[in-house]
Design a protein. Structure first.
Length: 156
């Protein structure tokens, strides 16, 4: 646990130092790396740039997750004669199944230079609530009930 905290602290320190020299920084964060199927995680993508026009990033497709909610915020500031833009994309996700799930890196191209965020692997353990099947996965109705189903009836 201490080694993980040291690694995170080192990365944060390096990113702060590099930020002074870089014109664009793309970082992604997850609030948890180990959850149950009953829980949600929050994914944040942050783009800090000195550019005034930032294209929309290529976000991960979150194939192994259901997007519960999403938000976007932006801040533009002018300090010491330079423009600073900060975009944040936030997604609340719930896993579709248990297992080792991945979130691929987000990507963006600004002025011909490619940037990519971190990739994450999330350990998902089966929770107490079983995942709900998709509508097409519901079992067919028994034959004795199927024969009784009719369209709407109007009685005058």
């Amino acid at each position: 646990m201490k080694s993980k905290m040291f690694a995170i602290t080192t990365l944060l320190t390096l990113s702060c130092c590099l930020e002074a020299f870089a014109d664009t920084i793309l970082t992604a964060q997850l609030d948890k790396l180990k959850i149950t199927t009953d829980e949600v995680i929050t994914y944040k993508l942050n783009i800090d740039s000195n550019e005034n026009k930032i294209p929309r990033p290529q976000l991960p497709n979150f194939a192994d997750f259901t997007v519960i909610s999403q938000a976007q915020s932006s801040t533009v500031s002018w300090a010491s004669g330079s423009l600073k833009t900060d975009l944040i994309f936030t997604y609340v996700l719930t896993p579709k199944s248990a297992g080792k799930l991945k979130i691929e890196p987000a990507k963006i191209n600004i002025n011909g230079k490619d940037y990519a965020s971190q990739e994450f692997e999330i350990e998902v353990i089966q929770g107490k609530i079983a995942p709900q099947p998709k509508p097409e996965e519901y079992p067919p109705l028994p034959e004795d009930i199927q024969g009784d189903i009719q369209g709407p009836q109007v009685t005058l």
